[in-house]
Write a protein that binds this ligand. Structure first.
Ligand code: 13P
Ligand code: SF4
Length: 299
């Protein structure tokens, strides 16, 4: 039996579902029951009937699944697959900021650790950050941890956004200069970028979208050629789902090492040995659940 067949057998036997982020390796994307962005994956995790969720992504995504479905087993096939941006703010640092601005409400990007979510009023993802910022009932907002997403949201509101100084090392490497060169090379291409990019890159974009937002946009667009300003894993999905269209990285390919750790063999072992189970303290689950459920009301 091939490893893909073994995975399918174990999945049936254990009533498991495989959720996969858009940046994962192509062969892992191919075995997904659901492939998506952070928001889509959180929504799936909240309403699956399966007993076990195998999460092919990074730690904060698997934690989000656990918080939304605490009675299910949530497995992260590589326990060291973290998100460096999520580790850029601690609960203590957020508490200190809240003391400094007691009247402010806290929006935390879903790319945070569970205890930071527990200290937040509401979470957001790249797909709904703009809406969450617009709709939150506060004139002053603490936004953690991504300074670029905070600056992007600030473009749409008169509220005061107090950003944390975090960033994504992958999107940070996309430079204005290389994007301009790519645009020169493909002048007829539409430029789609992720809101974790620097403001100077966002200024050049035709559309600023989450990863699944890029997938939907490319599918519906009449255009044939696209420059993609995000982690290179998404290009595999874009090409596979749009055989008549062309997709190029906006500059050199940028890779998230953490997203690429998970192999098919890791998924197989995760199912076989039920490893590595996400475990979180009950109090953290309860408080973080409130912030995540507040977020899930947004598209
Ligand atoms: P999306 O929610 O847009 O897929 O982004 C997740 C992420 O980690 C981006 O770096
Ligand atoms: Fe974290 Fe950036 Fe990797 Fe996304 S791409 S998981 S934000 S380091």
């Amino acid at each position: 039996m091939s490893i893909v067949e073994e995975i399918a057998r174990l999945k049936r036997e254990k009533n498991a579902v495989i959720l996969v982020h858009n940046y994962q390796r192509p062969e892992v994307q191919d075995i997904a029951d659901f492939l998506g962005d952070s928001l889509g994956l959180a929504k799936k995790a909240a309403k699956t009937d399966a007993q076990i969720i195998v999460f092919c992504g990074v730690q904060f995504m698997a934690e989000t699944a656990k918080i939304l479905s605490p009675d299910k087993g949530v497995l992260l096939p590589r326990k060291e697959a973290g998100c460096p941006m999520a580790d850029m703010i601690t609960r203590e640092e957020l508490k200190a900021l809240k003391e400094k601005y007691p009247e402010a409400k806290v929006i935390s990007y879903v790319n945070t650790n569970a205890d930071v979510k527990a200290e937040s009023d509401v979470c957001c993802t790249s797909a709904n950050a703009k809406e969450v910022v617009k709709n939150i009932d506060a004139e002053r907002v603490i936004f953690t941890p991504d300074k670029n997403l905070a600056a992007y949201c600030q473009r749409f509101v008169n509220k005061e956004i107090i950003p944390w100084n975090g960033f994504c090392y992958v999107h940070e490497r996309i430079t204005k200069e290389e994007v301009l060169l790519a645009k020169e090379r493909f002048p007829d291409a539409l430029l789609l970028v992720h809101p974790e990019c620097n403001p100077s890159v966002i200024d050049l974009a035709d559309e600023v979208l989450s990863t699944s937002g890029m997938v939907s946009f490319a599918k519906e667009s009449d255009k044939k050629r696209f420059l993609i300003g995000t982690e290179e894993g998404l290009i595999y999905r874009l090409k596979k789902e749009n055989p008549g269209k062309e997709f190029y990285t906006a500059g050199t390919a940028k890779i998230c090492r953490n997203m690429k750790l998970t192999t098919l063999n890791d998924v197989y072992l995760a199912l076989k040995e039920e490893r590595y189970a996400i475990e979180l303290p009950e109090g953290i689950i309860k408080s973080a659940q409130r912030a995540l459920e507040a977020m899930l009301k947004y598209v």
